[in-house]
Ligand binder design. Structure first.
Ligand code: NAD
Length: 345
C-alpha cells in the first residue's frame, strides 16, 4: 500500500484529478490518497496558499501528485508551484513530449524530453520596485544548481537511450549567468562521458548547445531532430509549452518535479478557468503524470497498462475530449480508460 499526497488544485483541477484517481484505481495498485488543498482554497481556510500541512504531508509520503493552481497575475501571492519546488528542493523538472497516434497534430513521431532547472534563474522570486518607475527581477544561476541539473540530465539521457543532449541558453547576452550554465554544461557532460559534438568524427552520443531563440525556431522546423534538452527555468517553462503544441496541446503533457528526497507529479497545463466545472477538460496530462509517478515508485506494469489504454482510446478516436476534436466528457474519457485497463488486467 502506498500513501500519496494529492493536491487537486483549482479550476479544472478537481475534475481532472478525480478522473486520474479513477484510472489509477483501475490498475489495481493500492494507493491511499491524502487529499489536501493549496492555493486560493487554502487561503480561504488557512490564510496561506501553501500551508505547512501540505509540505509536512509530502515530506512524510515522499510523493505527491497535483492539479493546477491559479497564480494571480502581476499581484497577490507568489506561485505555489514555484514555492513547492523551492521548499522541497525539487530541482529537476522533467517533461517528456511524445506523439500519440490518433491525436491530430502538426508532427508525427516526436519523442523528446525537456529538463528544466526548477529552483533558480528568473524564478528566484527576488523582485523589487524602484519607486513607480521600474521593476527589478533578479536572475540567479549558480554553479551548484547548474552542475546538479546537468548531471541529472546526463543520467536521464543514458537511462532513456537518448543520443543528443542539447543545452539551451542565452549566453551571448547574459554572459555571466547563462554563460556559467553553458560552461558547466560542457564540463559536467564531459565528466559523464558525453563529448561535445564534433562534426569530424562519428559519435554515438554527444552534447551540443543552442541559443534559446534559435532553439524555438528549430523546434518548430525540425522537432524530430531533438532528443533531450536541458535549460534554465524560464526557457524550460516556455519551450515545454511550445513542445506541447507540437504534439496536440497542453491537455496531454505531464511533468515530474524531482529532488533527491521528494517527487511531485503534475500536468503541464494551468487551471483553465474558462472551462472549469463543465466536465469537458482533458484529463490525459494528469493521467500521464500518474504514469510517470507509477514508474517512479516501481509500478511499471500499472504504468504500461494505462499507456496501452490511452494509445487504444486515441487510435479508436471515439471517446476524445473537445480539445482533441471529440465530444466526450472528462468522466466518460476516464470511464472508457478504466474499462480498457480492467479488461487488460
Ligand atoms: P492554462 O493551461 O490554464 O490554459 C491555456 C489554454 O489551454 C486554455 O485555452 C485552456 O482552456 C486550455 N487547456 C489547458 N488545460 C486543458 C485541458 N486539460 N483540457 C482542455 N483544455 C485545456 O494556462 P493559463 O490560462 O496561462 O493559466 C491559467 C492559470 O493556471 C494561471 O493562474 C497560471 O498561473 C496557472 N498555471 C498553473 C500551473 C500549475 O499549477 N502547474 C501551470 C500553468 C499555469
Amino acid at each position: 500500500m502506498y500513501k500519496i499526497t494529492l493536491i487537486p488544485g483549482d479550476g479544472i483541477g478537481e475534475e481532472v484529478t478525480n478522473a486520474m484517481t479513477k484510472v489509477v484505481e483501475a490498475t489495481g495498485v493500492d494507493i491511499v490518497w491524502e487529499k489536501l488543498q493549496a492555493g486560493q482554497k487554502a487561503i480561504e481556510k488557512y490564510d496561506k496558499p501553501l500551508p505547512d500541512y501540505v509540505i509536512d504531508s509530502i515530506k512524510k509520503n515522499k510523493i505527491a501528485i497535483k492539479g493546477p493552481i491559479t497564480t494571480p497575475v502581476g499581484k497577490g501571492f507568489r506561485s505555489v508551484n514555484v514555492e513547492l519546488r523551492k521548499t522541497l528542493d525539487l530541482y529537476a523538472n522533467v517533461r517528456p513530449v511524445k506523439s500519440f497516434e490518433g491525436i491530430r497534430s502538426r508532427y508525427e513521431d516526436i519523442d523528446l524530453t525537456i529538463i528544466r532547472e526548477n529552483t533558480e534563474g528568473l524564478y528566484s522570486g527576488i523582485e523589487h520596485s524602484i519607486g513607480d518607475f521600474a521593476g527589478e527581477s533578479i536572475k540567479i544561476i549558480t554553479k551548484k544548481a547548474s552542475d546538479k541539473i546537468v548531471d541529472f540530465a546526463c543520467k536521464y539521457l543514458k537511462k532513456n537511450s537518448y543520443k543528443r543532449l542539447t543545452c539551451v541558453h542565452k549566453a551571448n547576452i547574459m554572459k555571466l549567468s547563462d554563460g556559467l550554465f553553458l560552461r558547466e554544461f560542457y564540463k559536467v557532460a564531459s565528466e559523464n562521458s558525453i563529448p561535445k559534438k564534433d562534426l569530424s568524427s562519428s559519435q554515438d552520443i554527444y552534447a551540443d548547445d543552442l541559443i534559446v531563440d534559435a532553439a524555438a525556431m528549430n523546434l518548430v522546423l525540425n522537432p524530430e531532430k531533438f532528443d533531450l534538452m536541458v535549460m534554465p527555468n524560464l526557457y524550460g517553462d516556455i519551450l515545454s509549452d511550445l513542445c506541447a503544441g507540437l504534439v496536440g496541446g497542453l491537455g496531454i503533457i505531464a511533468s515530474a518535479n524531482i529532488g533527491d528526497e521528494y517527487a511531485v507529479f503534475e500536468a503541464v497545463h494551468g487551471s483553465a478557468l474558462e472551462i472549469a466545472g463543465q466536465n469537458i477538460a482533458n484529463p490525459t496530462a494528469i493521467i500521464q503524470a500518474a504514469v510517470m509517478m507509477l514508474r517512479y515508485i516501481g509500478e511499471d506494469k500499472a504504468a504500461s497498462l494505462i499507456e496501452e489504454a490511452l494509445k487504444e482510446v486515441f487510435i479508436e478516436g471515439k471517446c476524445l475530449t473537445s480539445d482533441l476534436g471529440g465530444k466526450a466528457k472528462t468522466d466518460e474519457f476516464a470511464e472508457e480508460l478504466s474499462r480498457k485497463i480492467k479488461a487488460k488486467r
